[in-house]
Design a protein around this ligand. Structure first.
Ligand code: SF4
Length: 339
């Protein structure tokens, strides 16, 4: 395993097994995750400890390109991986601090019809070390501390479950980045069997479900995962999740004109979500070349929101950030690759 994907106790064990003092593992852990550095030769490790890890793997991403929105404070980053693959990251600045969107895989195999990240399928999973270095590279470049993380870049986080859990725990470690679990959101298309597993970790993180349709026929056409775990299966897993964790779920609902913005959708949404502790986040569709659909008007979006509120839901409309730099899921990576 890459050294910078290891927990502190694993690094301590690693050095102990090589006949070194375990505290060298703690030194290396804080060098990676508190100081956010990789230049081991300049660390406070002894020469002996440095020679032990000289040939071990340390993995990181590099900022390849960055784009600043002229409309708001959003920035997009393209990271290059060691194997030359590209992934994306988005940084948003809010009054309460910085929020970063993290990629968890190169590409994605989930096949959602509206998403550019999946058009070439899954290339590979990212390691915890690579995900952490998405954070550290941006923080080091801009000299900032990011406080909120959303796993909503390219990839399906629950399809890379073990590495994503490792990433989250390392990010939370108080001797590392020290991020509160409450400031981490996992966004999934609805892999129900993994939602049970996530529930059993019982972490106070946020879980967001990309719902986007309200009945099995239409959702299966838009999101192939629904053919494996239909809405009834998904709901069962979410009930289990809420019972186990007492966390509130967020449903992400992209509004597509004449596709999922009708009266029938309100009724179906009510039947699906009425007994779940949840919040609905409406997202006006950001069109991409490969998905030829339109968004409803501002008035229609507000009416949809009002109707949901009237039947008792807690609803928000996602603020649009970085529209001029294609800040929605997967779009930028694709544009860079096709050039
Ligand atoms: S929306 Fe998310 S889960 Fe669906 S294809 Fe895109 S990256 Fe994958």
């Amino acid at each position: 395993m890459e050294l910078n994907s290891m927990y502190e106790d694993e690094l301590r064990g690693f050095f102990e097994n090589k006949g070194e003092k375990p505290f060298r593992g703690s030194q290396l852990f804080t060098f990676f995750h508190d100081k956010k550095r990789y230049d081991i030769e300049n660390s406070n490790l002894s020469d002996g400890a440095i020679s032990i890890i000289k040939n071990e793997e340390i993995n990181k991403v590099k900022i390849f390109k960055s784009f600043d929105s002229k409309l708001d404070e959003t920035k997009k980053f393209i990271f290059k991986l060691k194997d030359e693959n590209l992934i994306e990251g988005v940084l948003m600045e809010y009054k309460h601090g910085y929020s970063q969107c993290i990629s968890t895989q190169v590409g994605c195999r989930m096949g959602c019809d509206f998403c550019a990240s999946t058009k070439s399928g899954l290339v590979r999973n990212l390691t915890a070390a690579e995900m952490l270095s998405e954070v550290y590279e941006i923080e080091n470049r801009l000299n900032i501390k990011v406080s909120n993380f959303i796993l909503m870049g390219s990839g399906e986080p629950l399809d890379n479950f073990q590495e994503v859990m490792r990433f989250i725990k390392l990010l939370h470690d108080e001797r590392g980045h020290n991020t509160s679990y409450r400031n981490i959101t996992i966004s999934t298309c609805g892999i129900a069997d993994k939602i049970y597993e996530l529930a059993d970790y019982n972490l106070p993180i946020n879980l967001a479900i990309s719902l986007h349709q309200t009945n099995d026929f239409d959702r299966s056409a838009l999101m192939p995962i629904n053919r494996k775990f239909n809405l009834a299966e998904l709901k069962k897993s979410l009930k289990y999740y809420v019972n186990k964790t007492n966390n509130r779920i967020t449903f992400e609902y992209t509004l597509i004109k004449n596709q999922n913005d009708g009266k029938k959708n309100i009724e179906e949404l009510y039947n699906f979500a009425k007994n779940l502790k949840c919040h609905i986040n409406l997202i006006p569709l950001n069109p991409i070349d490969e998905f030829d659909e339109k968004r409803p008007s501002k008035l229609e979006i507000n009416e949809f929101k009002d109707k949901l509120e009237k039947i008792g839901f807690n609803v928000t409309i996602r603020r649009e950030l970085g529209r001029d730099i294609s800040a929605s899921c997967g779009q930028l990576r694709r544009k860079v690759e096709v050039k």
